[in-house]
Design a protein around this ligand. Sequence first.
Ligand code: SF4
Length: 142
Amino acid sequence: MSTQGAMCPSAPWQSEGAQIIGIVGGSADAPEVTYLKEAVSPTAELVERLGDVAPEEVFRVAAPCAKSSCMHHDGHHCSLVTRIVEAVPVVFDRLAPCAIRATCVWWAQEGREACKRCPQVVTHNHRANELMTQAAQPPVRT
Ligand code: SF4
C-alpha cells in the first residue's frame, strides 16, 4: 500500500483529518472496540457531552499517519503495531468489519494479525494491562 493517505487506527482526537472508527465497550480490564460501518467526523458537541472523559478513552480515532512526527514511527514502519502483534494476545479470530481497512497502516503492515488484536486497543487507557503497556512503549531513539 502506498503510504499516501495511510490511516493510523489509534490516533489522537485532535489530529487533523481525525475520524471516529469505533466505540470502546467491554470492561475496564477487558476493553472491546465495536467498529463503525462508516467513519464519523468528531464534533465539538460530542466532546462536550463527554464531560471529563477523554475522547480517546471511549472512541477509537483514526487519522492520517503522522510518520516521523509520531513517536512510534521508526522511519519506515509503525513500531507500535509490530510490538502489539509480538506481545499482545489475539482477542478476535475473524476480521471485524472496519471502515478504514483499505487504508489502515496496521493492516498494511501486519494484516490479519493486527486486526485480531486491534479490538482491545484503547488509545487512552489508564488501566491497560501489563502486556499492552509494554507494547505501547515507544522505541528509544538514539
Ligand atoms: S488493524 Fe484491522 S481492525 Fe484495526 S483499524 Fe486497522 S483494519 Fe481496522
